[in-house]
Design a protein around this ligand. Structure first.
Ligand code: NAD
Length: 303
C-alpha cells in the first residue's frame, strides 16, 4: 500500500510503517495545487491540521482508500463525502486530550492573576505590585461547553483545584460528578467558560453578543476548542466594555487570525493553535497514526 504523508510526522513512526511493509513517501510541504496531481498515485494519506481534503480532491483520487488525520477534529476533511466514496477516514481522538486540557487550565491561572501583563511589567523593569490583585481559582465555577474527551480531562483537573464544574453538552447526559446544566444555566452561573465543542453548523457563533449579555459580569472565557464558535467581534466589544474580564484564545475563526486588534487588547492572551503541541501528544498521535495504517493495510491484504 502506498501512503503519502502530507503533514509533519515524526520519523520514528514513518520507520514503523515502512518496517511493516508500507511504501511511504513524505511530502510534508505539499501545496493544495500539487495535491490533485500527486495524490492519485496513492492508496492512503496522512494529514494533520495543515492539509485540507475537500470534495474536488477526493473526486480526482479514485484509488484513495484511507485518510488518517493525526489529531481530533475532522473539520479539515469532507469526511462524509469521502465515506460515500468508500474511503475509510480515521483520526486519533484521545492522543491530545491531556495536552489541550492542561493548556486550558494554564490559561485559567494566567487570566486569574494577569500573569502575562505582570510578567511584561517585570521585563520592562517596572515594580507595579498594586496593579495585580487577582482572584483565586478555587471555589469558582467553571462552565465547560462540550463535555467530550477534552472537556472531561479539563473537568478532572478543575475539580482537583477545588472548582465547581458544570457542563453543557446536548449529547451527553452526566459523567464523573459534573453537573450537566442547561445552556442558560451555563451562561449565567460560570465564572470561567472553557470551550471544548467541535465546530459544526450548530456551534458556529454559538457565543455571540446575546449569549455574552446573559453571562456574569467579569466572566473569563477560554477557547482551546475551535475558532468561530465564539463570534470574535462580539467578544472584542465585551472585552472593551469589561463585561468579559479576560479571554484566552488558542484557536481563531481564521488561522492565522485576521482579527489582530482582538489579540492586542490588554485583557486577551493568545497562542497559535498549540493545544496539542506537546512532545507527549505528538508521540501519541504518531504512534496511533502508524498503528491504524498498519492495521488497515493488514486487513486489506487478500487472505
Ligand atoms: N486547540 C487545539 O490544539 C485542539 C487540539 C485538539 C482538539 N481541539 C478541539 O477540541 C474540541 C473537542 O475535542 P474532543 O477531543 O473533546 O472531542 P469530543 O468529540 O470527544 O468532544 C466534543 C464534545 O462536544 C459536544 N458537542 C457537540 N455539539 C455541541 C453543542 N452544540 N454544544 C455543546 N457541546 C456539543 C459533543 O457531544 C462532544 O461530547 C474539538 O473541536 C477539537 O477540534 C483543539
Amino acid at each position: 500500500m502506498k501512503i503519502l504523508i502530507c503533514d509533519k510526522t515524526e520519523k520514528e513512526y514513518i520507520d514503523q510503517m515502512r518496517a511493516a511493509g508500507l511504501i511511504v513517501d513524505i511530502r510534508d510541504d505539499i501545496t493544495s495545487e500539487e495535491l490533485p496531481i500527486v495524490l492519485p498515485a496513492y492508496d492512503g494519506m496522512v494529514v494533520r491540521s495543515r492539509t485540507n481534503v475537500r470534495q474536488p480532491l477526493i473526486d480526482v483520487c479514485p484509488n484513495l482508500k484511507v485518510i488518517v488525520r493525526g489529531g481530533v477534529g475532522l473539520d479539515t476533511i469532507d469526511y462524509e463525502y469521502a465515506r460515500t466514496k468508500g474511503i475509510v477516514v480515521m483520526n486519533t481522538p484521545l492522543a491530545s486530550s491531556a495536552s489541550v486540557a492542561e493548556l486550558a487550565i494554564g490559561y485559567m491561572f494566567m487570566l486569574a492573576r494577569s500573569l502575562y501583563r505582570a510578567s511584561s511589567t517585570m521585563k520592562a523593569e517596572k515594580w507595579d505590585k498594586k496593579s495585580f490583585e487577582g482572584n483565586e481559582i478555587s471555589g469558582k465555577t467553571l462552565g465547560i461547553i462540550g463535555y467530550g474527551n477534552i472537556g472531561t480531562e479539563t473537568a478532572k483537573r478543575a475539580l482537583a483545584l477545588g472548582m465547581k464544574v458544570i457542563a453543557y453538552d446536548p449529547y451527553v447526559t452526566s459523567l464523573n460528578g459534573v453537573k450537566m446544566v442547561t445552556w442558560d444555566e451555563l451562561l449565567s452561573q460560570s465564572d470561567y467558560i472553557s470551550l471544548h465543542a467541535p465546530k459544526t453548523e450548530e456551534t458556529t457563533n454559538m457565543i455571540g453578543a446575546e449569549q455574552i449579555a446573559r453571562m456574569k459580569n467579569g466572566v473569563r472565557i477560554i477557547n482551546c476548542g475551535r475558532g468561530g464558535i465564539i463570534n470574535e467581534d462580539a467578544l472584542y466589544e465585551a472585552l472593551i466594555s469589561g463585561k468579559v474580564a479576560g479571554a484566552a484564545l488558542d484557536v481563531y475563526a481564521e488561522e492565522p487570525p485576521t482579527h489582530w486588534k482582538l489579540l492586542k487588547l490588554d485583557n486577551v492572551i493568545g497562542s497559535p493553535h498549540i493545544g496539542a503541541a506537546t512532545k507527549e501528544a505528538q508521540a501519541r498521535v504518531g504512534a496511533e497514526v502508524a498503528a491504524k495504517l498498519i492495521e488497515f493495510a493488514k486487513n486489506m491484504q487478500p487472505v
